[in-house]
Design a protein around this ligand. Structure first.
Ligand SMILES: C[S@@+](CC[C@H](N)C(=O)[O-])C[C@H]1O[C@@H](n2cnc3c(N)ncnc32)[C@H](O)[C@@H]1O
Length: 220
């Protein structure tokens, strides 16, 4: 199974495009590309057709479906986890978009989103992000921009600390969205995760809601 485009994908598409359209001839890396919907959107909507795109995912099925979706000569595809496929390249990337799984594992495993898709982000939802940030210096340079989703289904305090300690961070506005039925069915467990700060949600009227925003991090 390959992950399907969702609200987070759309937030990443929108915020990344704003940045790309201020730049020319840059190297854009997307990791955790899934079916390639984010880069496909960026390739089609960039106002000058000048950027080069590099995509990878730990799942070969995902990369195969991205290859089918994106028929463009300026795109390089690789299969592999985190930044591993790109560590031995001579070039550095200007923009790094990570949509690698970054929510609490228990929530991911109960959800309809991750059926047949790897999460492995741990109970705080941050294990993949920590791994990526650890190696970011090898593939980026001063002034590169690291773009990632900030979803409230992880330890948001830890994520904010992690990002603001290392980067100059700007957040896009919060988009609040209703959690699907599996969430309420497992409410006792979800409350336990919330009490440990491993996820955050609220109840608005009759709906349990989470939020998504995009973190735009400048690398110094
Ligand atoms: C939330 S989905 C996003 C997919 C796609 N960007 C989209 O918008 O539909 C997360 C993706 O990260 C991939 N993934 C999980 N662990 C990974 C890892 N360690 N390294 C790279 N990709 C990983 C999954 O295979 C999945 O395609």
């Amino acid at each position: 199974m390959v992950f399907k485009e969702n609200l987070t994908s759309k937030c990443l598409q929108k915020e990344s495009l704003k940045i790309l359209n201020k730049l020319k001839k840059k190297k854009i890396l997307e990791i955790g590309c899934g079916d390639g919907n984010i880069s496909n959107f960026l390739i089609k909507n960039q106002n000058k057709n000048s950027h080069s795109f590099y995509l990878s995912d730990i799942s070969k099925k995902a990369v195969d479906s991205a290859k089918k979706k994106i028929k463009n000569k300026k795109v390089t595809f690789k299969v592999g986890g985190w930044l591993d496929p790109w560590l031995n390249q001579k070039y550095k990337f200007d923009i790094i978009i990570s949509d690698v799984s970054s929510i609490n594992d228990t929530v991911a495993n109960l959800s309809p989103w991750y059926k047949g898709v790897v999460c492995d982000s741990g109970e705080n939802g941050l294990q993949n992000i920590i791994n990526i940030i650890d190696k970011l210096d090898y593939i980026s340079k001063k002034g590169s921009i690291f773009i990632l989703p900030f979803i409230s289904l992880c330890n948001t305090q830890k994520l904010d600390n992690l990002l603001t300690k290392k980067f100059k961070v700007k957040y896009s506005e919060k988009i609040i969205w209703p959690l699907p039925p599996f969430f309420e069915k497992n409410l006792k467990l979800m409350n336990k995760l919330k009490n440990k700060n491993n996820i955050f949600f609220t109840k608005n009227f009759n709906f349990y809601t989470a939020y998504t925003r995009v973190a735009i991090c400048k690398i110094n």
